[in-house]
Design a binder for this molecule. Sequence first.
Ligand SMILES: [Zn+2]
Length: 210
Amino acid sequence: MKEGGLNLIKRRRDTFFAKKVSRLQHTALTFLSPSNKFEIPNMYHHIFALHSKVLRAMSHPKRLEIIHLLRNQKLCVSDIQEMLGLPQANLSQHLQILKEANILKTKKQGKNVYYRLSHINFVKASDLIREVLVEQAQDLKDQKLVDELTLKMTDLVPLVHDPVCHMRLSPKTASVGIKYQGESYYFCATGCYEKFIKNPAKYISSVNKK
Ligand SMILES: [Zn+2]
């Protein structure tokens, strides 16, 4: 009889704990269930990870320059190198990172490998951030910074050739710029400009070849 009483107490105790565990398990399951509003599915975390991987590849001053430089054109490594003034090894590394993130695509043409943007949205995304920076500079009434922020890459990098000496120039920094037969020509100095106007036909053909 004594033993029977002890068994009853043991059974009651076990039932008590079983119920308690069951209730705890229920609470835990409710909290972890995908239908619970506090739970963000793991798949979505993966999306943000994917997104940040692309932004990480873009997130370097030189790589942003490369993206802006390729806005309207494809360029080969030597062109990009000359325009940005970067050492070859350094540039190759940046191009590789952009290519691995599928931001740039390459195409072999003859001896040269040409780089271009895989999608125009990479430049649009960067432009949107730039717009915010412009607004912030306007709020601070910093007109100099506003002017710098609104400059185009094409105004800054040497994209054109002097038709006489073939030096690379940017339209903004060329000493002399003229319009001849509807085309713009830029010169490193007045010497080249004077040679050009004496015999434009001689130099125009060489510029068009490039
Ligand atoms: Zn020149």
